[in-house]
Write a protein that binds this ligand. Sequence first.
Ligand code: NAD
Ligand code: TDX
Length: 361
Amino acid sequence: MGFDGSTVFVTGGAGFIGSALVRHLLDKSGIFVVNIDKLTYASNLDSIPQANGHPRYAFAKLDICNSAGLRALFERYKPAAVMNLAAESHVDRSIDGPGEFIQTNIVGTFTLLQEALRHWRTLAPAERDAFRFLHISTDEVYGSLGPDGLFTETTAYAPNSPYSASKASSDHLVRAWHETYGLPTLVTNCSNNYGPYHFPEKLIPHVIIKALAGEPLPVYGDGKNVRDWLYVEDHAKALRLVLTHGKIGETYNIGGRNERQNLHVVQTICDLLDRLRPSLHGPRRKLITFVSDRPGHDRRYAIDASKLEHDLGWRAEETFETGLLKTVGWYLDHEPWWRAILERGYQTTRIGLVQSGTAAG
Ligand code: NAD
Ligand code: TDX
């Protein structure tokens, strides 16, 4: 069951991971992709260069909270599967303005589930059996680890930020729509992605762009928080594998077995840039600046991806070193892509610090 020749809805396909998935499906499968995206600040249709005039691609500008709009798309395209990546994704933004996160991540997922269920019920039995709803989520739903241990699919949920709480809520909705209504759902929880076309608010592209500009490189807290890095193209392959071979009702954790402390990540980017694009002002490590910690900052994330590896035969192809080299090289070679984002008014200033006595909107 490969979905080749069928239509698959990808929500959030103009975002970082969604666009990697769309590029992968257009290049490596025979799937007809309908990209459904509201086009928020985080989106960029330039991230799918091959989409222009592609015979297996359609785009719909739509909010996943819009049930009538979704219904019209389901009736028009009759998809064989839905992959839900539309979300508000940045933790610091969720601290300043959680409302959008509740709306898109919870209400949007609910609305999409309802419209998918309505569509699924109209299908013939064989099509119903083959239908899949794959919800893409995060390891942040499991909360924070101590120095040891890994998140598995059975780790209890303990989200700490407005972002992760909204994602946890959406995961529970997806599970309930399977258990209660029989919708054939799957959930994936992945670790921190990085790679080409990453919006510059996230640590790795943020640091690359600031280091190239010779600006201070902000490291939150003591820089010893650990993230488990997953190259975005490895993630896209995993998502297609789970869609086509995953067991209905199951969760799969996706991670690259690449735990690194934030300070190490920032130092490695400095060293790579010094090698690939030496600065007249000397080593970039001297730009590293320790700043106030993120409120509720999770100390360590680390994924046990054994289930995906053993049951579906997935392996991450990139190590952190190979993936980061490719990523830094990509930002050096694609300056027009990220410079256009800066020119549209994106500010690289610090956000996500709780102001005492104020309520976030
Ligand atoms: P992103 O912020 O880069 O992209 C999100 C996309 O969703 C954007 O194109 C945006 O326009 C679209 N979108 C937002 N609200 C929408 C709405 N209401 N209706 C339709 N479209 C809407 O996010 P990303 O990093 O690509 O993340 C994709 C998914 O993967 C999210 O669910 C996120 O929680 C999850 N995830 C991301 C990471 C990571 O490291 N980036 C890690 C784990 C899980
Ligand atoms: O300037 C910075 N300095 C810094 O020290 C930024 C932007 C981040 N950090 C730290 C905070 C985190 O410990 O780096 C780490 C990574 O930060 P982010 O890039 O904001 O990612 P994170 O908060 O870990 O969440 C990401 O991975 C899980 C994605 O944004 C989420 O969508 C995903 O679910």
